[in-house]
Design a protein around this ligand. Structure first.
Ligand code: FAD
Length: 341
């Protein structure tokens, strides 16, 4: 039987707004579990512009996007949220008792009394590289992320790309794979210089092979690759390839959210501005994914939304319980929850 993970609030998306939702829900004693398709928290801030300074976060004249994510993680730590990364929430259904069942693309099952969709512009999904005939190999011997390093043990691995993911996985999988060939169109990389230096050092020691060029052909059968052709400055080279990891960046797609039975408005989820609840009671939508008249896709709007959403979620989880408005500056009970007294 499938294990079911139970929590008070299941949050779809660990972007800045999903993270701050943990804080506001935590003040009302609600336990949260966040699921994100990325391999780390931070959503757009971490994935699209980690080093850029943001100038419109209240109280921070300037903070880097990754710096904000780090501060949010520090701020929610007292509430001990659970995280599941590298998973897309694929289905959401309401159960007879009014709670919700959420299933991931790896068939993990979660049940929660409240669901908060903090899915931003949708799930980050890998861009398909321009390699002819790649489709039949996808999910069988071509993968766009590494879920288990063991899946690459003993394989002739070809990694394609010039960013941090390509370099990091080249270094991390080298001891596990039978052989590693890194392919990038130029000898210059967009990755951290330290990783690039390490890669070149390993190439010197013949621990891996770096080829300048582009993958132009694949050979294999029944979804299983056997070799790849690389077109380089000196012509074509055929290399052994039983697993391929192309890293061509990510794009945001609404994804399965469209099939969850919620009313949509131009690929966004309409909500009321009192509770930020969707057309299904008990399912809330906050941050960039929601829509209401006057909506601004700003981080600070999302922070406001989660404060109001948390009150409404508390009324669902603890019906009849009186909700007392309290300041963190003066409430000893809130300070105890934060571990500061
Ligand atoms: P996101 O940050 O988009 O996070 C949503 C997360 O949900 C993602 O990690 C995604 O993978 C995940 N997800 C979605 N669907 C699923 C699913 N089905 N299963 C699992 N996971 C899923 N805002 C400002 O306020 N100030 C600025 O200066 C500013 N500058 C910006 C600069 C750039 C270049 C960009 C791109 C954006 C900028 N923004 C700025 C906008 C800001 O980043 C967004 O408003 C903010 O990230 C929204 O947060 P979020 O948590 O709602 O969504």
């Amino acid at each position: 039987m499938t294990d079911i993970t139970k929590t008070d609030v299941l949050i779809v998306g660990a972007g800045p707004v999903g993270l701050f939702a943990v804080f506001e829900l935590g003040l009302f004693d609600m336990k949260c579990h966040l699921i994100d398709i990325l391999d780390r928290p931070g959503g757009q801030c971490a994935e699209l512009y980690p080093e850029k300074p943001i100038y419109d976060i209240p109280g921070w004249p300037s903070i880097s996007a990754q710096g904000l994510v780090d501060k949010l993680l520090e701020q929610i730590a007292p509430f001990k949220p659970d995280f599941t990364y590298n998973r897309m929430v694929s289905s959401l259904e309401k159960l007879e008792d009014g709670s919700f069942r959420v299933t991931t693309d790896e068939n993990e099952v979660f049940e929660a009394k409240v669901v908060v969709i903090a899915a931003g512009g949708g799930s980050f999904q890998p861009k398909r590289p321009p390699i002819p005939g790649i489709e039949p190999y996808e999910g069988k011997s071509v993968f766009y992320s590494v879920r288990r390093m063991e899946d690459f043990r003993g394989h002739d691995l070809v990694i394609v790309g010039g960013g941090d993911s390509a370099l990091d996985w080249t270094l991390n999988l080298q001891p596990v794979a039978k052989s590693v060939t890194l392919v990038h169109r130029r000898p210059e990389f967009r990755a951290a210089p330290d990783s690039v230096n390490k890669m070149y050092a390993m190439q010197e020691m013949k621990q891996l092979d770096f080829q300048v060029g582009q993958v132009t052909g694949l050979t294999g059968a029944d979804g299983q690759l056997s070799s790849a052709v690389i077109k380089g400055p000196d012509g074509d080279v055929e290399v052994p390839c039983t697993r391929m990891l192309p890293f061509f960046g990510l794009t945001m797609k609404l994804g399965p959210i469209a099939e969850w039975g919620l009313n949509l408005h131009e690929n966004l989820i309409p909500v009321d501005t009192e509770k930020f609840q969707t057309s299904v009671p008990g399912i809330f939508a906050v941050g960039d994914i929601n829509w209401y008249p006057g909506k601004l896709k700003l981080i600070l709007s999302g922070f406001h939304e989660v404060a109001l959403m948390a009150q409404a979620a508390k009324r669902i989880i603890s019906p009849g319980e009186r909700i007392v408005f309290q300041y963190t500056t003066s409430s000893t009970s809130l300070q105890k929850k934060l571990g500061v007294v």
